[in-house]
Design a protein. Structure first.
Length: 226
């Protein structure tokens, strides 16, 4: 019997063999197509930036590259939380910006919040990241047009205490000290930093971006050098 079974198996060719084994040509084709589709849909392995985000305990989803209205967004992620601090709404941003924000949250925002406010920051309220537009008052495109910038207005502690750039930046209390501390810290990490004393457009938020420059405009510009 064993010899006969072996002979039958070896003797069958092509579709006949498949039919004999329960694999009709149709099923074989379907499985092949599904396998190829699965290979095509498999996500690419995470790049070094996204691997770093995971190391910083950032909650994010990858965003496919896209172009729209003359703006292009590359290597972006949608972030809902940096370490201990949730974003008020999930925000799309370049992975490079997300990585700097996660470093800022972990090494500057939380230590300053615990030391100065006595409580960690639980929510960072932002006013947006991506906007396909030109820079305010300029002709070049804004870093927001590449999702390479974020505007942040309020920090909320886990005791639901709110620290607002609008209300507290110009004060002399602990909330002002907290904002000054994390704003100056941001200047060591981001390419561009703007705040309420930069110009009227930033009266209610910090603007951080990863532009190819290095400026920190948190203090009033001296009119003598303007
Ligand atoms: Zn901005």
């Amino acid at each position: 019997m064993a010899l006969r079974a072996k002979t039958e198996t070896n003797g069958m060719q092509g579709p006949k063999a498949l039919a004999g084994s329960g694999w009709s040509p149709v099923w074989f084709s379907v499985v092949l197509v599904l396998l190829l589709a699965a290979c095509a849909a498999a996500p690419p392995p995470p790049g070094p930036c996204r691997a770093e985000l995971a190391r910083y305990d950032v909650a994010f989803e990858p965003v496919p590259d896209f172009s729209s209205g003359g703006c292009s967004v590359r290597d972006a992620v949608k972030v809902s939380r940096f370490g201990q601090a949730k974003l008020s709404t999930p925000a799309m941003m370049t992975c490079e910006l997300a990585l700097k924000l996660s470093e800022w949250e972990a090494t500057m925002v939380q230590p300053a919040a615990k030391r100065i406010l006595g409580s960690p920051v639980a929510v960072i309220h932002h006013y947006g990241t991506y906007a396909c537009r030109r820079a305010t008052g300029g002709s070049r495109m804004s870093e927001h047009a590449k999702a390479n910038a974020i505007d942040i207005g309020v920090f909320e502690t886990d005791r639901h205490e709110k620290v607002s750039v609008t209300l507290h930046w110009k004060g002399r209390d602990k909330k002002a000290e907290f904002l000054k501390t994390i704003g100056q810290g941001a200047c060591t990490l981001f390419g561009g930093v703007l705040g309420p004393d930069s110009d009227r457009n930033h009266y209610d938020h910090f603007h951080f971006d990863m532009g190819p420059y290095d400026f920190c405009r948190l203090n009033p510009v001296d009119p003598r050098v303007r």
